[in-house]
Design a protein around this ligand. Structure first.
Ligand code: KIV
Length: 280
């Protein structure tokens, strides 16, 4: 099955704009490998994000900061193969776009050529980031923005905490959203900001907002796959709903396998090839 809000065609930048205009919610989820990408496509998501959350959920890093462009491209290529009919966005990792617009363009260009994705995502809404967004969009690379909690700046923000509380902080995030839209972003992720602020931003923009921990007022939602499917038992933020309990299912499966191997009941007669030595 291909994505795009059930229309049967791969979603596009234009399609996401139409979905917002028609009030159809955009369904996004992260993926990092071939098999899960295939499951997401079968499940009918509109957009797959190869997030740099890869660092924490797949590679075991403490934050997204150590993730490299090579690691992102490696995983995005697998996702591309698993979900050929779905719009895929690659998260540009820390320091691949912040130095200057020229370096960002070179790195994002490499992503488009080597990973075969449809778009890239950058964190931040400063005027420097917006200049970079403009340069990428001018070169024909669709860009998704990401404001509110921006995990690559976790140390500057003092931790993974809700952003945009208080009038001044809220106004700053609203200004960043408008500036990213003006710079040509096709969509913006709003992470961990108060619901009413996310709703106001979504109403003020023409482009769709995709929320994570930002309430129901966004034009779409994104979740980290492993969190949404209950693979990561220890991660329990307020905004997260688990839509499956794969941790329990997986551990039970491993236990059953271990038990049967130890008991000698697996492999049984149905799981073996050929005839026994000496039989006719
Ligand atoms: O890296 C990621 O998975 C993300 C989403 C949480 C939006 O940026």
């Amino acid at each position: 099955m291909s994505s795009s809000g059930g229309s049967g065609r791969r979603a596009s930048v234009r399609g996401f704009l139409e979905m917002k205009q028609e009030g159809r919610k955009i369904v996004a989820m992260t993926a990092y490998d071939f098999l899960f990408a295939r499951l997401l496509e079968e499940g009918g998501v509109d957009l797959i994000l190869v997030g740099d959350s890869l660092g924490q959920v797949v590679l075991g890093y403490d934050s997204t900061i150590p993730v490299t462009l090579d690691e992102m491209i490696h995983h995005a290529r697998a996702v591309r193969k698993g979900a050929a009919g779905t719009f895929v966005v690659l998260d540009m990792p820390f320091l691949t776009y912040q130095v200057n617009a020229e370096e960002a363009l070179r790195n994002a260009g490499r992503v488009m050529k080597e990973a075969g994705v449809e778009a890239v995502k950058l964190e931040g809404g400063s005027s420097t980031t917006c200049d970079t967004v403009r340069a990428l969009v001018t070169a024909g690379i669709p860009v998704m923005g990401h404001i509110g909690l921006t995990p690559q700046s976790v140390h500057a923000l003092g931790g993974y905490r809700v952003q945009g509380r208080g009038e001044e902080a809220a106004q700053r995030i609203m200004a960043e959203a408008k500036a990213l839209e003006a710079a040509g972003a096709f969509s913006i992720v709003l992470e961990l900001i108060p619901g009413p602020l996310a709703q106001e931003i979504s109403a003020a923009l023409t482009i769709p907002t995709i929320g994570i921990g930002a309430g129901e007022g966004c034009d779409g939602q994104v979740l980290v796959l492993y969190d949404a499917l209950g693979l990561n038992k220890s991660f329990k933020p307020k905004f997260l709903k688990r839509f499956a309990d794969l941790h329990e299912v997986a551990v039970e499966g491993v236990r059953a396998y271990a038990r049967e191997v130890r008991e000698g009941t697996y492999p049984g007669p149905d799981h073996v090839f050929g005839s026994a030595p000496g039989s006719s």
